[in-house]
Structures are given as structure tokens and as C-alpha cells.
Design a protein around this ligand. Structure first.
Ligand SMILES: NC(=O)c1ccc[n+]([C@@H]2O[C@H](COP(=O)([O-])OP(=O)(O)OC[C@H]3O[C@@H](n4cnc5c(N)ncnc54)[C@H](OP(=O)(O)O)[C@@H]3O)[C@@H](O)[C@H]2O)c1
Length: 265
């Protein structure tokens, strides 16, 4: 019913956090999976966890900011599985997150753009060319962030990369529509992953109080959105930003107005 069984999916940054969870969700639905990242050891560890669910999975060490490595990734996947149906651009760099715009070092600015923007472009272009060659259409899902929509204190480099991803998603969708390749972004709010493990309890409580659902997302809740965008349940949606944030963007305005409502009445 979902149309995921036996489909071939590539997940960048599939060895940790959200990417690893996306890989597991696809595995449970019978997909053939290639996960990528730079760290070989962690790649093999994540692969052994995936193998408990399916034998149809591989790890291909890849730095998405290097065009030749992405070419190797896609050609290796097609050689192994004979197809590429879904490209999930999830890998991200967090260089200079926490730095004010006046303190960001240019090398860090360059690095985060190399991975988050160039990497998404390289994977999209090379995967799309292969999808077009194979003639079966396809799906591309870019993992963005609500920070690319709202902005955040001391996050301008990361926010700019995610804003670029949002815009790129809309435009790539237009270019690829004639090949039946649907391109969308999933836009998570804060998620319960390793990178947020060090956030102090008090800070987390303040963040959660601003979210209408009252909690961070679990990675499975983001992964299910990615599955939806790749599935047969979604055949007419392209160029869209699927925001999965527990109501944060919707509730932000409401909670601010709430405090003055009694006076209006
Ligand atoms: N966690 C959140 O709260 C949250 C919220 C909104 C959006 N997001 C987005 O969700 C995605 C996943 O976030 P996460 O929290 O799961 O991150 P994470 O735990 O840091 O995982 C990032 C993954 O990307 C890989 N990676 C990093 N640089 C790479 C490169 N140059 N080439 C290939 N792979 C690379 C990492 O492996 P190696 O280091 O071995 O390469 C790792 O597998 C990101 O796009 C992030 O912006 C996360």
C-alpha cells in the first residue's frame, strides 16, 4: 500500500540521529537501503544494526561535499541494487552554530555551506540524472529545519543553509517535475537526538513550553514524514516544505497573543 517494499533508498548521514532512524523505518517497510557518512567505524556499526532488520543494506563511506565521492555513491548503489528510487539528503554540518554573526569564521561559514548546501545540490543532481536515465521517476527529500524558517540567536550560518535548502527544494521540484521526480523538504523542529543530548534540562523545559505539543520530536516522528513523502500516499505533492514541529510555528503567535487577550476582552 505504501509502495516502499523493494524500492531503493539512499540516506546521507544515515549513521546517527534522524538519518539512522529513517534508515530503520525504511528497513521495516522492505526497502533496499544505502546509508552514507564519513566515519567508517560508525558506518559499520550502524549497518550491523540495520542488518538485524534486513539483509538488503549497505554502507558507503561518502563525504557529500565532494562531488566525485557522491558520483561514486550513486553509481555503487545502482550497481548493487539496480535502481535508485529515493534520495534522502539528511547529512548536515553544524559548524559555527552558537556563534554570533559578528564572530563566525569564514572557514566555518564555508564548511557548513559545503556540506549542507553543496552536498544537497550534488546528491540531488547526481541522483536525479540517474533517476532520469532509469526512467522510473523518483523522490528526493531534503532534511531542513525550522531554524531555516524562523531564524535563531547565534545560528545565522546554519539558518542560511537551511533557508537555501528550502528554496532549492522548491526550484528543483519545478525542474524535475517533467521526469516525475518529486522533490520536497521535511522541516523538523527540535528533535530528541544525540546532538541535543547536552542541552541542559532547564533549557529543554523552556523550549518545550513553547511547543504546543509540549515536547521535542522523537526521530521516528520525523522519519515517518519522510516515509510519507516517498510513499504512494503522496503522489501530487512536490516543491513543498512539510513542517513537523509539534505546532511550534502555529503556536508561537497564539502564545504571544494569549498574554494580552484578557485586556482585549
Ligand atoms: N536533531 C535536531 O534537533 C534537528 C532539528 C531540525 C533539523 N535537523 C536536521 O536533521 C538532519 C539530521 O540531524 P541529526 O540531529 O540526526 O544530526 P547528527 O546526529 O549530527 O547526524 C549527522 C549525520 O550526517 C553525517 N555527516 C555529517 N557531515 C557529513 C558529510 N560531509 N558527508 C556525509 N555525511 C556527513 C554524520 O556522519 P559523519 O560525521 O560520520 O559523516 C551523521 O551520520 C540534519 O539535516 C539536521 O540539520 C535536526
Amino acid at each position: 500500500m505504501l509502495g516502499i517494499n523493494n524500492k531503493v533508498v539512499v540516506i546521507t548521514g544515515g549513521t546517527r540521529g534522524i538519518g539512522k532512524t529513517i534508515a530503520k523505518e525504511f528497513a521495516h517497510l522492505g526497502a533496499k537501503i544505502a546509508i552514507t557518512a564519513r566515519n567508517q567505524e560508525l558506518g559499520e556499526k550502524s549497518l550491523s544494526e540495520l542488518k538485524k532488520i534486513t539483509d538488503n543494506c549497505i554502507f558507503i563511506k561518502t563525504d557529500v561535499s565532494k562531488y566525485k565521492q557522491v558520483e561514486n555513491l550513486i553509481s555503487s548503489v545502482v550497481k548493487k541494487f539496480g535502481a535508485i528510487d529515493f534520495m534522502i539528503n539528511n547529512a548536515a554540518n553544524f559548524k559555527s552554530v552558537g556563534d554570533s554573526v559578528i564572530d563566525i569564521e569564514t572557514k566555518d561559514w564555508q564548511k557548513i555551506f559545503d556540506v549542507n548546501v553543496n552536498g544537497v545540490f550534488f546528491c540531488t543532481q547526481i541522483a536525479a540524472r540517474e533517476m532520469i536515465r532509469l526512467g522510473n521517476g523518483g523522490r528526493i527529500v531534503n532534511v531542513s529545519s525550522i531554524i531555516g524558517v524562523t531564524g535563531k540567536l547565534n545560528c545565522s550560518s546554519y539558518a542560511a543553509t537551511k533557508g537555501a535548502i528550502n528554496s532549492f527544494t522548491q526550484n528543483a521540484a519545478i525542474d524535475l517535475s517533467k521526469y516525475n521526480i518529486l522533490v520536497n523538504a521535511i522541516v523538523p523542529g527540535v528533535c530528541n537526538t544525540e546532538i541535543n543530548a547536552g542541552i541542559p534540562k532547564k533549557t529543554r523545559e523552556i523550549q518545550e513550553a513553547k511547543i504546543p505539543l509540549g515536547r521535542w520530536a522523537e526521530p521516528e516522528e520525523i522519519a515517518k514524514g519522510v516515509i510519507y513523502l516517498c510513499s504512494d500516499l503522496s503522489t501530487y505533492m512536490t516543491g513543498q516544505l512539510l513542517i513537523v514541529d509539534g505546532g511550534y510555528l502555529a503556536g508561537k503567535e497564539i502564545s504571544e497573543i494569549d498574554s494580552v487577550l484578557p485586556e482585549i476582552k
